[in-house]
Write a protein that binds this ligand. Structure first.
Ligand SMILES: Cc1ncc(COP(=O)(O)O)c(C=O)c1O
Length: 503
């Protein structure tokens, strides 16, 4: 042995060199990286948000060195990073799950309403300790509860066996795409614009994204004929379209699909044997119109025409991160695998088991989201309803205020969102600004967002991170930021930008 603990200690104590005559190899470096990791991009936390963090650090050390005093995070749908307060009911129950000792405390009824105590006790008896791993698919009783919720929502029965509790919807997407993608000849249809989790996960799996374009001039609607064309074209290139992603309500578009539209999309999936991934994380965030789950429409179609729709696999996703829940950091989610064969389900179960289990508090939060306080006259119900309604009213009014502001800006067109938390205005970027962007080797919309950030502290995401029709430029912003001052800042900036570059 060349080196022993004693020889090392002696060498350090005497300031001597160790006797070791080998030539060290170079450090593992970026050339050793998985190229799929290099290819994957996730704009929501891309270069503009990274620059926002640098500016935040500058503001902390030198508050008056920039033309603004704060960073406004309009780049990500993260409500509690802004001013949204957690729902009291959620946190009261969760706190008892984390610290069940409190249930034995003498004066517990001075601190917690009785219905909170009851719910915590019920949950603890089905879960055990939130500090223990659960089964990989999630706690059985909670999955049964999700199945009941789905039945109440859709009017079609669901089975706990098909429910997988997941670490947010993101984990569900990873499982599904990992299970079906086996290289570049695996294709997945994704809406453009899309939420970049999808392109990033496809890149990680070296699979082929098959974009289908949403129609901006028709309120970002989905055209089933276009989906059909994309499928046919992929097949002609030797790519097997394995799945079709539908985000409803849409991110970044805010559009909601109609029942008929969903029926058409499912019919295309049946024609070509493509799995449908229904990303419905914004199903509670509906301000205008009505949300209908893909599952409900699928079950209606299947009931009417069992043979025609027997081949459709539907994965439907939900999350505690969005809506008035806004508990992004708790990582609660579920997916239901409708009509999946046992081998496919077993493959997904294997993937979930490699990760052991989703956080158990996240699982409990799913239960609280789908089963809010039950007692109609209970104290918690009143508070819960008030808090929920206040959040929804604010979201709607903020979306309207921002939409109105965009409608007034020169060269900006915007669709009024029906749901979700985002606006995706189209910006006509003057040629002079496009030339400047080219000089800087960035996309024109990335240049716009960078300028907006540097002048106002408002952090947004360029449309190029979500995909857009070639030659058009968009910006995605959330409407979660409180107040109207920041909207005014944006209006002023936009005017200056146009004055500078209009030519
Ligand atoms: C459309 C869509 N799907 C999935 C997610 C992931 O959400 P989470 O993993 O927090 O549930 C998001 C997050 O913003 C989203 O917008």
């Amino acid at each position: 042995m060349l080196i022993t603990r004693t020889s090392l200690a002696n060498a350090v104590a005497n300031g001597q060199r160790l006797y070791a005559s080998f030539k060290p190899a170079p450090k593992l470096n970026e050339l050793d990286l998985n190229p799929n990791v290099i290819a994957a991009e996730y704009a929501v936390r891309g270069p503009i948000p990274a620059r926002a963090e640098e500016l935040r650090a500058i503001l902390q050390t030198n508050p008056s060195s920039l033309p603004f005093s704060t960073i406004i995070n309009a780049n990500i749908g993260n409500p509690q990073q802004l001013d949204q307060q957690p729902l009291t009911w959620y946190r009261q129950v969760l706190s008892l799950l984390q610290n069940p000792m409190l249930l034995k405390a003498k004066h517990i009824s001075d601190v917690y309403p009785q219905d909170v105590v009851n719910r915590a006790e019920d949950l603890l008896s089905s879960i055990g300790s939130v500090g223990a791993y659960s089964g990989s698919q999630g706690v059985q009783l909670l999955r049964e509860s999700v199945a009941d919720f789905i039945f109440r929502r859709d009017g079609h029965e669901a089975s706990a066996d098909d429910i997988f509790l997941t670490g947010g919807a993101s984990a569900a997407v990873t499982y599904l795409l990992t299970a079906i993608c086996s290289g570049p000849d695996s294709g997945v249809l994704i809406p453009i614009p899309q939420y970049p989790l999808y392109t990033a996960t496809l890149a990680l799996n070296n699979a082929t994204p098959l974009p289908y374009y949403l129609e901006e001039s028709k309120g970002w609607s989905t055209n089933p004929d276009e989906i059909r064309e994309v499928i046919v074209s992929a097949i002609s290139r030797g790519i097997k379209p394995k799945a079709l992603v539908v985000i409803n309500p849409g991110n970044p578009t805010g559009a909601i699909l109609s029942y008929d539209n969903i029926a058409d999309i499912i019919t295309v999936a049946a024609e070509y044997g493509v799995m449908v991934i229904a990303d419905e994380v914004y199903q509670e965030n509906v301000f205008r119109g009505e949300f209908v789950s893909m599952r409900r429409v699928f079950k209606d179609l299947q009931a009417a025409e069992p043979e025609l729709y027997a081949n459709v696999l539907l994965a439907s996703l939900h999350s505690t991160s969005k809506g008035f829940s806004g508990e992004c950091g708790q990582r609660g989610g579920y997916m239901e695998l409708v009509n999946f064969s046992e081998p496919l389900k077993a493959a997904i179960t294997k993937l979930t088991s490699i990760n052991l289990c989703p956080t158990v508090t996240g699982q409990a939060l799913i239960e609280l989201m789908i089963n809010p306080p039950r007692d109609a006259d209970g104290e918690s119900t009143k508070v819960y309803n008030q808090e929920r309604d206040a959040i929804m009213v604010q979201l709607k009014s903020r979306s309207q205020a921002l939409y109105d502001a965009f409608c007034k800006m020169e060269g900006v067109e915007c669709q009024l969102p029906e749901g979700a938390m985002y606006l995706f205005p189209k910006i006509t970027i003057p040629q002079k600004a496009q030339d400047k962007a080219k000089e800087l080797n960035v996309a024109p919309d990335a240049f716009y967002c960078a300028q907006l950030l540097e002048h106002t502290g408002i952090c947004t995401v360029p449309g190029s991170g979500f995909g857009q029709v070639e030659g058009t430029f968009h910006v995605r912003t959330t409407f979660l930021v409180p107040g109207t001052e920041w909207v005014q800042l944006w209006e002023n900036f936009h005017k200056q930008f146009m004055d500078e570059f209009r030519g």
